[in-house]
Design a protein around this ligand. Structure first.
Ligand SMILES: [Zn+2]
Length: 220
């Protein structure tokens, strides 16, 4: 059943998700049906809208979203379309950060870094330093950050548990993370901020790939 918002805020949020999906698809960052985007409802932040599972992101409309509990990711009310398979990762970010919006895409340079810096079964991190674009991430120290790379477990719940555990102890880390061999997730106070941080991180990953033959990777 496609999404039929009961409030003006719901309608506006759904439209924003559809618009940004089409924009990121056009850049080649959401090939096929990949990627997922969510935003807490401004008038009811315990709930969020997220893109529905299996939709072509280049053709997404405001009806192709699902209303979920922001902290559990469970669809509510039931009877809607299936939410994205990766909803539990969004819920993990909402539980442990102040984020109001989360974006996950398969942008090419972030995915290459997530491939090169991956560890088979532990969370690793890749150092990003010196580049001016770090200032776009809102870090306390805008000269260096450690971007975490999570194992891409087949069970998405397990990834979500890893993400929640890491973000709970690493409060000053970057507003984004990589999934090994998979893609990137970013978040922010608004959809615009999450998108801007995504653009900075994708560009930073591009600069790393182009400027360094060896990435500086820490493996636990
Ligand atoms: Zn993905």
């Amino acid at each position: 059943m496609s999404y039929a918002p009961s409030t003006a805020a719901g309608k506006q949020t759904a439209q924003q998700l559809a618009d940004i999906s089409r924009t990121l698809y056009a850049r080649g960052w959401m090939p096929g049906t990949s990627g997922n985007i969510s935003m807490r409802l401004p008038d009811d932040p315990g709930r969020a809208l997220i893109t529905a599972s299996g939709r072509d992101k280049g053709e997404l409309t405001a009806r192709d979203v699902v209303e979920v509990d922001a902290l559990t990711g469970r669809a509510s009310p039931p009877g809607q379309d299936r939410p994205s398979a990766e909803t539990s990762i969004h819920a993990a970010v909402y539980r442990v950060t102040e984020a109001r919006a989360v974006i996950h895409v398969h942008s090419p340079y972030a995915t290459v870094v997530a491939h090169r810096a991956a560890s088979p079964d532990t969370v690793s991190s890749v150092r990003v330093d010196r580049f001016e674009l770090l200032k776009g991430l809102g870090l306390k120290d805008p000269t260096v950050t450690e971007l975490p790379v999570f194992p891409n477990w087949p069970q998405v719940e397990r990834i979500a548990d890893d993400v929640a555990a890491r973000l709970a102890v690493d409060r000053e880390g970057p507003p984004g993370l990589l999934l090994a061999d998979h893609g990137i997730t970013t978040w922010g106070d608004s959809l615009g901020q999450a998108k801007s941080r995504l653009e900075c991180l994708e560009s930073l990953c591009q600069l790393l790939v182009l400027s360094r033959s060896e990435l500086h990777v820490s493996r636990a």
